[in-house]
Design a protein around this ligand. Structure first.
Ligand code: SAH
Length: 679
């Protein structure tokens, strides 16, 4: 920072703000007994001068409170540090502050905590604080204009709450919004201008321990559970402030107005969404990452409703056919013995082997136990990476129903056997001519099988479908591995065409009235024609569905601002729980974040200003996190241009999200043998 100030101790000497700040931390804060390293470090970082009106900046590092607008004060640095220490933060917490004032104390807390929610009752102060915090890049501070004595329940419970104004008692709402074990620090006094600083610790749901820790003087806490406001003053409206570019403020308000906010995944009212879905034949549920718990759990809730209320017949996921077939066998209570392999045992295992998916699978099995055999809901995989498992499946099937044909098929598939360990090397060898391609072998294996459809299907339609899908998969995967070397477009398109063909095949198999739910990444589910994929010549399953089913395909995208995600750093690497960076300016995510709503559903088919070219229709950045997340190169590797209302029919927002929980081997060991996720 280039800014300088006169040194108040030695007139004439010019010192930089950082130097003055360091000196203040040493002389006024550490020397007076604040020991907490995290607090001292935070105090040393935040440029207090930038939270002050310009004419007062030179006094920023004198340890005193200073006037800010609205007859309020920015607290004395020592007091800010003392209160921060009293909150006993370890790092990573969720903290609520009442009395944002200039935003300075919130910035200090945000250097330690993961998120700081701060409430200010005076509108102009709240606006100013939000603007300063945004400008300085404090993306983890969230400002609400409202009466802080009611807290900020939408984000509760909090690890710590700090009140920067003195009230006659401890507001009940704040005690309620404290986590068990959480600390609340608040000035309390019978007099409006002098108080005891009190620390309240929540011991259990109903037990609180309270101690006095200092004598203090704060401005009054004015509100429903504080002192009365001056006569004629109206209570502040509750409005979260997350400044975006001024020309986008109206759009943010329009999003907030149209959004259907919901309190939790469990308690969400899905009836408006179900109405919008109407009689759609395919509902595609996306996700903005491959490792976010909220996306899985919300998809489960919606899928359950689609099954129970609208009679959806099967769920098809972005996973390999044979793996999903193991789950299908389990959830539909099939009588014949299951295939022996473990589902979802290959990288990226956490994508389907997680507690969220396990819970859905358990529900589906239970549900299917209560309905007729013929209406049991199926579970299928659309993807094509399981070349060798699929070969094995076809051969196992033929061994059982037609050993002579099995011998021929074994011969044909033998072409691919040398490449078992790494099918990609097959593609390379075939392409360079150092090995013959197996194209016609795998194609013949498929046509042989299809030619006997009638005879085989008599045995058992389901099992024939399984063999047929595996044989199709092998044929497409063989091509996939060969064309991988031409570049990503051809292989991407082949993969999405395979997924779409599989979906169509399944709809045909399950009958003319059958309806399907698809779970796949936003990048497969959202119409590619509305994204920069179109410029690369890529299409996807969402686009195919739009073309084939028109409005009878309902495309749902999901998004998030920040939190954690399960992802790897490199292909084949171990799963890590990574921090999702706050979304970038000029992105759809930033607009949704600016609404201040923690979670909502937003129908995008409605006409009007919201979805038009002046509104959400104008192209913006959108984030996609796959099995790999590289925050260091986020803009280049994870953002693309899109027009959201053309891409999706619905957008579901979770501002703050958490990584999925992978299934631990120990948990799996205790499960019944038939369980598809076996060790
Ligand atoms: N933490 C601030 C200091 C704020 S002074 C800083 O670092 O600058 C206390 C602030 O509490 C004032 O801005 C006052 O307007 C605000 N306030 C008083 N009663 C309030 C209430 N019920 N809800 C929210 N803010 C309140």
């Amino acid at each position: 920072m280039g800014s300088v100030a006169l040194n108040p101790d030695r007139p004439g000497e010019v010192k930089s703000f950082p130097a003055l700040r360091a000196e203040m931390v040493k002389r006024h804060i550490a020397a007076r007994g604040v020991r907490d390293e995290l607090v001292l470090e935070a105090m040393g970082k935040v440029p207090r001068e930038l939270f002050l009106p310009a004419k007062l900046r030179e006094f920023a590092y004198e340890d005193s409170p200073l006037p800010i607008a609205g007859e309020q004060t920015i607290s004395q640095p020592y007091i800010v540090a003392f209160m921060a220490e009293a909150l006993m933060l370890k790092g990573g917490e969720k903290v609520l502050e009442i009395g944002a004032g200039s935003g300075y104390a919130a910035a200090v807390l945000s250097e330690i905590a993961a998120d700081v929610y701060t409430v200010e009752r005076l509108g102009p102060l709240a606006e100013e604080a939000a603007a300063t915090l945004t400008e300085l890049g404090y993306d983890n501070v969230h400002v609400l204009h409202g009466d802080g004595t009611k807290g900020w329940p939408e984000h509760a419970p909090y690890d710590a709450i700090v009140v920067a104004a003195g009230g006659p008692q401890v507001p009940e709402a704040l005690k309620e919004q404290l986590k068990i074990g959480g600390r609340l620090v608040i000035p309390v006094g019978a007099d409006q201008r002098t108080q005891e600083l009190v620390r309240v610790v929540r011991l259990s749901k109903d037990e609180f321990r309270s101690e006095d820790i200092a004598d203090v003087r704060f401005v009054p806490l004015i509100g429903e559970e504080g002192w009365a406001a001056a006569k004629g003053e109206t209570a502040p409206a509750r409005r979260a402030l997350r400044p975006v570019a001024p020309d986008e403020e109206t759009l943010v308000r329009n999003i907030a107005d149209a959004a259907e906010s919901f309190p939790s995944i469990e308690a969400a009212d899905l009836s408006p969404l179900m109405e919008r879905i109407g009689s759609a034949r395919v509902v595609l549920l996306g996700e903005a990452t491959h490792g976010t718990s909220e996306f899985y759990r919300m998809r489960e809730r919606i899928t359950r409703d689609l099954i129970v209320k609208k009679g959806f017949r099967f769920v098809a996921i972005e996973a390999d056919w044979p793996d999903a077939a193991r789950v299908d066998h389990y959830v539909r209570h099939f009588q014949y013995p299951p295939s022996e392999w473990t589902a979802f045992a290959r990288f990226p295992t956490w994508m389907w082997r997680n507690t969220e998916v396990r819970d859905f699978v358990s529900w589906l099995r239970k549900h299917n136990g209560t309905v007729e055999n013929t209406t049991r809901v199926a579970f299928h995989g659309l993807d094509l990476y399981s070349l060798y498992d699929s070969i094995r499946s076809v051969l196992n099937y033929l061994d059982e129903v037609d050993p002579a044909s099995a011998r021929v098929a074994r011969e044909r598939y033998g072409c691919l056997t040398p490449w078992q360990r790494d099918p990609a090397t097959y593609g390379h060898a075939a392409l360079t001519g150092s090995y013959p391609t197996c194209e016609s072998d795998v194609a013949h294996a498929l046509t042989d099988l299809l030619a006997k459809r009638r005879a085989y299907a008599e045995h058992d339609g389901e099992r024939f479908l399984d063999a047929e899908q595996n044989a199709r998969l092998v044929a497409n995967a063989e091509r996939y591995y060969r064309i991988m070397y031409y570049g990503s477009r051809a292989s991407w398109n082949l993969r999405d065409s395979h997924m779409f063909d599989t979906l169509k095949n399944l709809l045909a198999f399950h009958g003319p009235d059958s309806k399907a739910v698809v779970w796949a990444h936003n990048s497969h589910v959202g119409n590619a024609a509305a994204t920069e994929m179109v410029a690369r010549g890529e299409h996807n399953i969402g686009q195919h569905c739009r073309k084939a089913f028109g409005a009878q395909a309902y495309l749902v995208g999901f998004g998030t601002h920040s939190g954690t995600v399960a992802a790897a750093s490199d292909w084949g690497g171990p799963m890590e729980v990574k921090t999702v960076r706050p979304s970038l300016p000029n992105s759809y995510e930033r607009l949704c974040h600016a609404t201040g709503l923690p979670r909502f559903m937003l129908g995008l088919r409605g006409p009007g200003d919201l979805c038009g070219p002046e509104g959400l229709g104008r192209e913006r950045l959108e984030r996609a996190i796959g099995v790999i997340y590289r925050p260091e190169t986020e803009l280049a590797s994870h953002y693309f241009q899109a027009s959201l209302p053309q891409q999706f029919d619905e957008y579901i927002w979770f501002d703050d999200t958490r990584a999925v929980t992978p299934l631990e081997t120990a948990e799996i060991a205790g499960l019944p043998d038939m369980y598809p996720f076996g060790v």
